[in-house]
Unconditional design. Structure first.
Length: 138
């Protein structure tokens, strides 16, 4: 049932499936490092990347970020990710739903993740993400 103040259907958003758009590496300690190309994926960007020693920005994630990043496989809905966060990290991750939304929103805005709706296999737009943010704040 939609939230009356935001028009957002929370159960629909909790079924959104985030999907990684970039490669990552796993460090020896188990944490992930996301590899973001410095020059983009265009033809010119790929050429420029051959001229530098390291063509990637390296975004180092903490334990919670690594857990979420690995779960963003395009198959796992947000509701299962937040449940997994609570099981793995306990009260240290609370409020888990708000933290997950903030992390996924930030990664989406940075172009590191896409969000797929499980209902129609469509991308979820920024307008719907803002609506979910309002729902979680309530």
């Amino acid at each position: 049932m939609p939230s009356t103040d935001t028009g957002v259907n929370p159960s629909r958003f909790m079924m959104v499936k985030p999907c990684r758009k970039l490669e990552s590496e796993e460090r020896k300690d188990g944490r992930c490092v996301v590899l973001r190309p410095k020059f983009g994926g265009s033809r010119v960007g790929r050429w420029l990347a051959t001229l530098v020693h390291d063509p990637h920005y390296r975004i180092q994630l903490d334990d919670v970020g690594t857990f979420v990043w690995k779960a963003c496989d395009g198959q796992t809905p947000l509701v299962r990710i937040v449940d997994g966060m609570r099981r793995r990290f306990g009260s240290n991750v609370e409020p888990a739903d708000k933290r997950l939304l903030a992390f996924v929103g930030q990664m989406r805005r940075a172009g590191l993740l896409s969000l797929e709706s499980s209902e129609k296999s469509q991308n979820v737009g920024a307008r719907e993400v803002r609506g979910l943010r309002k729902f979680v704040k309530a």
